[in-house]
Design a protein around this ligand. Structure first.
Ligand SMILES: Cc1cc2nc3c(=O)[nH]c(=O)nc-3n(C[C@H](O)[C@H](O)[C@H](O)COP(=O)(O)O)c2cc1C
Length: 371
């Protein structure tokens, strides 16, 4: 099956300078497949949603007005309108441009941070993604997060010309005018995907090198399988701006890759075998709070966050920022209006949760508000 409906929903704009060769067309097909499959319910690890078991304490006498509840947060010591971010999903092809454009425009208006999907293709200097250029130059207020995978970072680190590697990374982040560079960890996906690069040796060393050479601060994020105490302890020693635990409970990459494969293949079977692999978002956050207590590294959460109430629970647990991927994609597939309505709904849900727990600001929404 092709990439259903994209032809209708995204009447292709003229090409954005993206050069497509044979291997590029495979890449584009895979990325389109991911977008299509990620929208299906069966690739969501709903059974592992521990978030439903976390509760805020109801306060019948909150002594505040709902209209005065503030969800402003801070980012690099600046005030931003919300504590939300669109977790990185896609980049580097025309459909990605359309999705990113819809999300970026509303994110910039509503004060959400915006994460790009993997910019691996941009490492090739011949590749020219003017889609990103146009987003960056149009939405100058947008706070952007660049994105690369750990396996690409390791390759760059191990290249004989490391200074050229550092320049390639800088080129990507500069072009995106990104505030942060996210490095994503996705060992399960790389192991299951037939085209994957499951080479994670020297990962911590590569991150150390990156942090030392990157012009902008670094965020390390998972992709829906969460972070164990042991992973978090390895990250504890690095000077990271933030860690997004992106845990089990939402989009699951074992399931996505399994679903993309034919039923007779091993990949399909691996998807089944590993369909619940990972650490839940809630457990990852609990461990992250212990590991990063007293450190300058922020803890962010994504992975199965579906409502503003989910976000409120994670913020009360101590997270500084909460991310959404699949729900943002779902809204963006429908249109810009739907993105705006979806963001507004999530913001209002957070405000209601804060109002009913007697929290006028995010600072008031702390551990003491949890049952
Ligand atoms: C279609 C799709 C593509 C994704 N691609 C990337 C990516 O390129 N880089 C990345 O860091 N995470 C990627 N992710 C993972 C998300 O950022 C997020 O960590 C994960 O989906 C869990 O969030 P969710 O349950 O809200 O979807 C992708 C997610 C989706 C749905």
């Amino acid at each position: 099956m092709g990439f259903v409906d994209f032809g209708h929903r995204f009447p292709r704009l003229e090409k954005h300078g993206i050069n497509e060769g044979v291997s590029d067309s495979k890449f584009i097909h895979r990325k389109q497949d991911h977008l299509r499959v990620a929208l299906l319910d069966e690739v969501q690890a709903n059974e592992s949603r521990v978030l439903d078991r976390v509760e805020l304490i109801h306060e019948s006498l909150p002594e505040i007005n709902l209209g005065e509840v503030s969800i402003e947060s801070s980012f690099f010591e600046r005030t931003v309108a919300t504590p939300f971010y669109i977790s990185g999903m896609t980049s580097g092809h025309d459909d990605a441009y359309e999705i990113n454009l819809r999300l970026a425009r509303i994110a910039s208006e509503r004060g959400w941070l915006f994460g790009l999907g993997s910019q691996r293709r941009e490492l090739d200097e011949a590749f020219n993604d003017s889609g990103i250029d146009s987003i960056v130059s149009t939405y100058t207020d947008l706070k952007l997060v660049s994105n690369l995978g750990l396996s690409q970072l390791i390759e760059l680190y191990q290249s004989p010309d490391r200074s050229a590697s550092a320049k390639k990374i800088e080129r990507i982040t500069q072009r995106s005018r990104a505030s942060l560079l996210a490095i994503h960890l996705n060992p399960l996906q790389e192991a299951i995907q037939p085209e994957g690069t499951p080479n994670f040796k020297h990962g911590v060393e590569s991150l150390e090198w990156l942090i030392e050479h990157s012009a902008i601060p670094v965020l390390v994020k998972e992709t829906g399988s969460g972070m164990s105490y042991s992973t978090l302890m390895k990250l504890r020693g690095l000077k990271l701006f933030a860690v997004d635990v992106s845990g089990l409970g939402g989009t699951h990459w074992g399931r996505v890759e399994g679903h993309r494969a034919d039923k007779e293949t091993r990949t399909f079977r691996y998807g089944e075998t590993f369909k619940n692999w990972g650490v839940s978002t809630v457990e990852s956050v609990i461990d992250a709070m212990t590991v990063f207590r007293g450190s300058a590294t922020e803890v962010w959460a994504s992975g199965g966050v579906r409502t503003g109430l989910d976000a409120a629970k994670l913020l009360a647990m101590g997270c500084q920022r909460v991310g959404f991927a699949q729900p943002a994609l779902k809204a963006a597939m429908q249109g810009e209006l739907e993105v705006n309505q979806w963001m507004q709904t999530v913001e209002q849900e957070l405000k209601i949760a804060m109002f009913c727990s007697g929290s006028a600001t995010l600072g008031d929404l702390h551990e003491g508000k949890l049952k």
